[in-house]
Design a protein around this ligand. Structure first.
Ligand code: ZN
Length: 98
């Protein structure tokens, strides 16, 4: 289940990047955005046995679910883009956006 959610979130992230050519493509930002979005999404899709996983897997194919995940990703992209960690590990840059 975890892997399926990560796969779907990764796919949607790639789609969002295509629409935002200026957004940073580096691995650090990708990891940060995906982990933030997954942290938001996991409580809902972390399952409840095989039945829960099947239901969540089905839900992950639905447009409404993908749209909700896109919202989480866009929020994560805004936060990571506001204080990217790829070239400045300074903590004080963090407070500017959020
Ligand atoms: Zn970056």
């Amino acid at each position: 289940m975890k892997n399926m959610l990560e796969k779907v979130v990764g796919e949607i992230y790639d789609e969002l990047l295509k629409r935002d050519p200026d957004y940073c493509r580096c691995q650090q930002c990708r990891t940060d955005v995906l982990s933030k979005a997954l942290n938001q999404a996991r409580p809902k899709y972390s399952g409840g046995g095989p039945k829960g996983e099947a239901l969540a897997g089905f839900e992950l194919q639905q447009d409404a679910t993908r749209a909700a995940l896109a919202v989480l990703l866009l929020d994560a992209m805004r936060r990571v883009g506001g204080s990217p960690r790829h070239d400045m590990p300074r903590a004080e840059g963090k407070k500017l956006v959020d």
